[in-house]
Design a protein around this ligand. Sequence first.
Ligand code: COA
Ligand code: MG
Length: 283
Amino acid sequence: MLFVPADSERKLAKATDAAADALILDLEDSVQPERKALARGLARDYLQNHARGTSLWIRVNDLRSGELLKDLAAVVSARPAGIVLPKILGPEDVQTVANYLDALEESGGIAAASIAILALVTETPAAVLRLGEFVRAPAARLAAISWGAEDLSSALGAGNPRLPNGAWRPTYEYARSQCILAAHALAIEAIDTVYVDFRDTAGLRLACEASRHDGFTGRFAIHPDQVPVINRAFTPTAADLSLARRIVQAFDSGAGVVSIDGKMYDIPHLKAARRLLISPQNR
Ligand code: COA
Ligand code: MG
């Protein structure tokens, strides 16, 4: 999912060829207050004038910014695939935006509940502590969640969220893990945060490999050059797929546990293999 500042015609044009699965046209923190109106207009034009091979999302301003209703009013009738909602305090923020979307879909003649929400669930301390509430009462429309360290660090009055060796400090590692667990408990997408050092593709590749193994299902990009690196890292390899097919076949015999090339595989491995093969192009 590639972020594109929506006030930049140049970046909007460039984004079309980036081969990202999704674009997030940003109206929030990459756009200065005096350019929000311009950005809304350009985002709306982009939605209206681009075919949807790529899914098109809009990051709106947060509920307390005074900008959110203007954002939604400008873009919803142009049918974005979804809304990226920043800086939530808890599940009621997602519910409030879902209610706004109910009304705007109705007035725009758009199918009910067709616009999804991706919530940024770790940008305020309250949101991190309340993440489990989504699991107790899943929010309709919530299709994905993501986390971020920068806004949380600012909310904590803290410094660099990373340790000198590059690892996340414990508070951010905790927020990141909570995000992964909540996404899987809800069976929705777990999207890893931005990798800000956008010239360091080797570092991004390593970070994406870790992220996929940790359970993220995709990642935000901030620069077109990051897109192929992320896509490669999150696409199962031919070897991954071939092993998954062998595991599924081995269980066809009705056994509860099997051995392949000297290794044991039981039901959790079968589930993981089936999950990998679930999309038609991987079968
Ligand atoms: N989407 C689309 N195009 C982008 C882009 C993006 N996110 N980032 C850069 N480009 C374009 C540039 O406009 C430039 O195009 P050009 O050759 O037509 O001028 C080309 O890609 C190369 O860009 P480059 O010079 O390497 O980077 P930059 O210095 O222009 O921009 C950033 C660097 C970080 C400012 C820019 O990548 C950016 O704006 N990223 C998104 C930031 C954002 O949305 N943040 C919010 C989420 S955290
Ligand atoms: Mg932010």
